[in-house]
Design a protein around this ligand. Sequence first.
Ligand code: NAD
Ligand code: UD1
Length: 333
Amino acid sequence: MRYLVTGGAGFIGSNTVDELVLRGHSVVVLDDLSAGKEDHLTDIRNKITFIKGSITDIETVRKAMHEAEYVLHLAARASVPRSVKDPLETNRINVEGTLNVLLAAKEFKVKRVLFAASSSAYGEMPTLPKVETMQPVPISPYGVSKYVGELYGQAFLKCYGLEMVSLRYFNIFGPRQDPSSPYSGVLARFCTAFLEDKQPVVFGDGEQTRDFTFVDNAVHANLLACEAPNVAGKVFNVGCGDRISLNQVLVALQKITGKPLEAKYEPPREGDIRDSQADISQARKFLGYEPQVGFEEGLQLTFNWYRESQVKAVAKDAAREAAAKETAAKDVG
Ligand code: NAD
Ligand code: UD1
């Protein structure tokens, strides 16, 4: 099969591309590298086509689309607080960019588009767990942008017969999630804080909860949603069905690392929801989805990955320094 993965150099995207390549599919990645890294694709670089470009440019999207059978549309500005700071840019990428992807998908008659939707569409509705039949009430520009993407998908099915399936991911974490920005996902931030013996920063009292979901589960759902029958236009929660507070995450990391690091508590973020937990019975029923990796195992795997990346980065720096010294010595000689 031929797949186009927008945002394929990002965290969830590159993990998905790895699995597609492993299964022998042909893959085109379209990513502007605004948040993703080409490094994430190093191991499979000669097996895929990589196009550096933006989904906000329709001609670039058309070029990337022309042979695709399936589209995994993951490119987005993925941060809630960034959307609060700059809603226009979030709208331009997440809404206008998505419209470009749908228009090109319609033009090239792709079989199905998989849309990376978000649990943030539910907003501040207090009922838990979240069920797909609840009326979304997003409370951040990001949540709005993701919900609008779903609505466009449903309109394209009615108007043009284009199949789109939306997966509302619930707080995905795991290897390759960027820890370096203040807007990065909380588990990436916490893992690196523990590695660097820095105090993790908690916005609020740390009692807010999330259905933290290891990335392999999202990849699994992505591939199922491309092929499941009778799901066009539908929306599915993708999570584990549990909820864990940030304070519980900190205790788990203290246990994994043996470090008694205490958090620094700061005021809550604008646009933050309080609690989140998925009901995954629809994904189970229609997609055959079942979480593959639980929270604790996922957290251990994630922490190990950041630790190994840190070791590799130190070794790389040492090798670079040694090479520079050798060159300098030769120059002197
Ligand atoms: P990410 O930032 O790692 O991935 C997004 C990718 O899109 C990056 O590689 C980035 O460079 C690329 N991108 C951004 N703007 C682009 C543009 N204009 N043109 C082309 N590429 C562009 O984030 P992620 O966590 O892997 O998220 C992937 C998708 O899943 C996003 O759509 C996000 O909204 C959605 N999502 C993520 C989570 C989560 O918990 N991580 C939860 C719900 C939904
Ligand atoms: C995350 C995703 C978003 C997705 C949504 C759906 C990221 C960056 N965001 O948003 O794309 O659509 O899940 O489930 O992946 N926090 C701290 N300290 C930190 C960072 C965050 O306390 O250093 C807090 C936040 O204030 C929030 C919680 O941790 O209460 C989770 O934040 P974050 O990881 O940014 O995720 P969401 O905002 O839930």
